[in-house]
Design a protein around this ligand. Structure first.
Ligand code: HEC
Length: 211
């Protein structure tokens, strides 16, 4: 019993993954779905994960891995009384805002409680150096032995380089990208996305190649 209590109270600090089902949807249910229900005055449907991810009149509300460019996050951090701030009258607490921000930056996955109670120590670090030229290093950590795919995309979503596509053992890993594509040619300067899929975890981050 003692052990279970300890796990429950520590879990939000120890395990990085926010649970959509148990932490995020309840915030929407309490603060948003009175208006944001399919067919309601607000077109964005916040009653389910699929509704949240399919967006509203301005397009996608969630950009996975990037809370600062996510319409939903932008709206909830606007000061109360500012046009467009959400909810219009009764702002979320800082804690709720941070939780939603973390959930988006962790990849906006649809995780239920059983996932958040797993000893998740999966991490994907920001590349360094960044901006970079001619090469950059990215560290990640796998919580399980898993089929891992690590790919680089340009901003048009086109895959430029596959760095890893294999089963890997749990533990810390390192990849280096030399700004080359799958044909061994150098790619132009610009923003690139690196994306890892490890089992059912997916996470994406941005990096900047300068010339
Ligand atoms: C009192 C009603 C009401 C509540 C409560 C409310 N909203 Fe809204 N919201 C609206 C209306 C009306 C719009 C404008 C119509 C639209 O964009 O769908 C809107 C627009 C939005 C948009 C922009 C959608 C788009 O595509 O342009 C987002 C994002 C949003 N709300 C998020 C939230 C979140 C998150 C909550 C809860 C934390 C929330 N809202 C609570 C009424 C509400």
């Amino acid at each position: 019993m003692k052990k279970i209590l300890c796990i429950a109270s520590l879990c939000s600090n120890l395990f990085s993954q926010v649970s959509y089902t148990n932490q995020i949807q309840p915030i929407f249910n309490t603060n948003c779905t009175s208006c944001h229900v399919g067919g309601g005055a607000a077109t964005l449907d916040l009653t389910s994960y699929d509704g949240v991810m399919s967006g509203g009149v301005s397009g996608l509300s969630i950009i996975s891995g990037d809370n600062e460019n996510s319409e939903l996050y932008i709206r909830i951090i606007l000061p109360e009384g500012t046009a467009g701030s959400m909810p219009p009258n009764d702002p979320l607490s800082q804690e709720e805002i941070d939780l939603i921000g973390d959930w988006i930056n962790e990849g906006a996955n649809n995780l239920a409680i059983k996932d958040s109670f797993l000893p998740q120590n999966f991490t994907l670090e920001q590349n360094y150096p960044n901006p970079f030229n001619p090469s950059t290093t990215i560290l990640y950590n796998l919580s399980n032995d898993e089929l891992v795919s690590f790919e680089i995309f340009n901003l048009n979503g086109k895959k430029v380089r596959t760095l890893v596509n294999e089963y890997q053992n749990s533990g810390p890993k390192k990849v280096i990208w030399n700004a080359d594509n799958n044909h061994g040619r150098q790619v132009p300067a610009g923003i690139y996305l690196y994306s890892i899929v490890a089992g059912n975890v997916k996470q994406t981050k941005k990096m900047l190649l300068v010339k």
